[in-house]
Unconditional design. Structure first.
Length: 210
């Protein structure tokens, strides 16, 4: 069951990537190469469900204990998956970039609808600082060109795939911890598939009354 769920997530992540690539091509703005400024935030909140593709990589690589230990000993709330550049703490890379969650795929430069239904370009502080002219032009393009897609509703679409994991956003390290523990338990029970009547779905059922 969890493998099919992760495939659905990755299919949606590929759709998000195609949409954001189209947007950034049309507005002429993208994240600066090597930038990791957003990864320093301690306010990133995602659902454990979004972190399942990352968790699958960690569990399959037998890095479960190392990951959980890194989360437990982290001195700040910065994502433990971020690897800062040795000579520039702002720059770096995500060690699980292909499997990153929805928020990380959408952050940086994205068109959006305001509460009044107006089209607006949202850009992070560093992009505004480094590319003011491009941001100004991009805002005009988004406001006046209806063909620029609006990548909205993805978080809601992901959450309904598995509400027990997708219903609440947690600090990113807490979400990763929950996803890794959830997946490691189910991966450990894959042997149930050869036992008549056994199913990993039983792991989500409440215990029988005594």
């Amino acid at each position: 069951m969890y493998r099919a769920l992760i495939r659905e997530l990755m299919d949606m992540y590929e759709e998000i990537d195609r949409t954001t690539a189209t947007v950034r091509s049309m507005v002429g703005i993208g994240c600066p190469g090597g930038c990791g400024a957003c990864c320093h935030s301690t306010k990133i909140r995602v659902t454990p469900l979004e972190m399942l593709p990352v968790a699958e990589q960690i569990v399959s690589r037998e890095q479960t204990e190392a990951c959980l230990a890194a989360i437990e000993t982290a001195e700040t709330g910065r994502c433990v998956l971020f690897r800062a550049a040795p000579d520039n703490d702002i720059e770096g890379r995500c060690s699980m970039y292909p499997w990153r969650p929805v928020l990380c795929r959408l952050f940086g430069v994205q068109p959006m609808l305001t509460g009044k239904g107006e089209r607006k370009l949202a850009a992070c502080a560093r992009i505004k600082l480094l590319m003011p002219d491009q941001v100004a032009a991009g805002r005009i393009a988004v406001a006046t060109d209806a063909s620029v897609p609006l990548p909205v509703g993805y978080a809601e679409r992901v959450s309904v795939l598995y509400p027990s994991l997708g219903g609440s956003r947690l600090p990113i390290n807490a979400a990763l911890c929950t996803a890794v523990e959830w997946l490691a338990l189910r991966a450990g029970y894959e042997r149930w598939s050869v036992i008549p009547g056994a199913s990993e779905d039983r792991l989500d059922r409440p215990p029988r009354a005594a």
